[in-house]
Design a protein around this ligand. Structure first.
Ligand code: PLP
Length: 371
């Protein structure tokens, strides 16, 4: 099987499996106790936090482990706004975990504003800036679109937002961007940044929220005071260890130049075969959204699967919903959206397997059209 649905989830690296197994079998003790075996487990957590912080360009004290990015995103919207006053701005390109969190605030009377996105899938900068005023409390912008791979210039946008409204906090959903764009979080200037480990070769069920040093955020969970009192609950030591091992391995394997060249080669191949690339400029090398004319993505996905290739259609997390809010916001019509597949690469996807998969996808499309 050639697996090209890595934006949905990734295969767990062997080193991450090993790290998780060691934390379950050998270092299984309570990390919050005072006896030596437990203290050593606590040290494993802090070593993992340091390792992750160094890999993503953050300080260890800025990282709080969560169960997933959905949790991190929800946390920012439920507790991350000072005094819960002022307006909140999101873009039309956000993942459902940000969008639905914002809609929750809206249903409670908060002034939630949505900045449009361009045909290329990035936020419309001037429209965004027009929405910001002195009462803006939070602006949340996705770093890399999970639908198209479009990359928002978060560093520049954060500067512009803060110069227009210094009290506004900036959050970025960095699930598809962490490590993959090569930008250290500290360079982005954001206050909050959400990430998820299962997009980088670690298991599902572990994520983080970056909270800029000096920012006071209300706890998400109250209880035993773990994670500096911000997220109580006994830490998921096996998955935290796996997260650290996976990020290090991912950074070792990743080559931004190579992945970008491979994505470009795939684009050329698909265009030569009559397909349309959705969102062409400023894209992550890891994600490619292709509209394949006269073919329904769901059928294509299944036939490709039967022929040994796994690809996505729309967002994995919104797979049960009809239509596609983000692609619609980019101006695609229903027919175009229906025909969109998402091809997403891993750090170790080879050129041979990607190009072989592309051929199989086109053959599958031709097979469908001939039925
Ligand atoms: N944000 C983005 C951009 C995503 O792509 C995803 C998952 O695909 C999430 C958030 C949710 O991440 P998790 O599965 O860790 O909750």
């Amino acid at each position: 099987m050639i697996y090209l649905d890595n934006a949905a989830t990734t295969k767990v690296y062997d080193c991450a499996v090993k790290a998780a197994c060691a934390a379950m079998s050998v270092n299984f003790y309570n990390p919050n106790t005072t006896y030596k075996s437990g203290v050593l487990v606590r040290e494993c957590i802090e070593n993992a936090r340091n390792q992750i912080a160094a890999s993503i360009g953050a300080h260890a004290s800025e990282i709080v482990f969560t169960s997933c990015a959905t949790e991190s995103n929800n946390w920012v919207f439920s507790c991350g706004i000072k005094n819960k006053k002022g307006n909140v701005i999101i873009s039309a390109g956000e993942h459902s975990s940000v969008y639905e969190s914002a809609m929750q605030l809206k249903s409670r009377g908060v002034d939630v504003r949505t900045a449009p996105i361009t045909r290329d899938g990035i936020v419309d900068e001037s429209a965004l800036l027009n929405l910001i005023d002195e009462n803006t409390a939070l602006v949340s912008l996705i770093h890399v679109s999970n639908e198209t791979g479009a990359v928002n210039p978060i560093k520049r946008l954060t500067k512009l937002i803060k110069s227009k409204s210094p009290r506004a906090l900036v959050h970025s959903d960095g699930v598809q961007g962490l490590v993959k764009t090569g930008e250290p979080i500290s360079d982005l200037g954001v206050d909050y940044y959400s990430a998820s480990a299962h997009k980088l070769g670690a298991p599902k069920g572990i994520g983080l929220l970056y909270i800029r040093q000096g920012l006071n955020v209300a706890p998400l969970l109250y209880g035993g005071g773990q994670e500096r009192g911000l997220r109580s609950g006994t830490q998921n030591t096996p998955y935290i260890s796996a997260f650290a091992a996976a990020v290090t391995e991912f950074k070792h394997l990743a080559n931004i130049g190579e992945i970008t060249r491979l994505r470009n080669e795939l684009c050329v191949f698909f265009v030569a075969n009559g397909c349309k690339i959705i969102g062409q400029s400023q894209n992550s090398g890891y994600i490619l959204c292709v509209s394949i004319p006269d073919v329904k993505a769901e059928i294509l996905q299944n036939i490709a699967h039967d022929n040994g290739v796994i690809i996505g259609k729309g967002a994995a997390c919104s797979g049960s919903k009809r239509g596609n809010r983000v692609l619609s916001a980019m101006g695609l019509n229903a027919k175009e959206i229906e025909s969109c597949v998402r091809i997403s690469l891993a750090a170790d996807t080879s050129r041979e397997e990607a190009m072989e998969a592309a051929k199989i996808i086109i053959q599958a499309a031709n097979q469908i059209r001939s039925l």
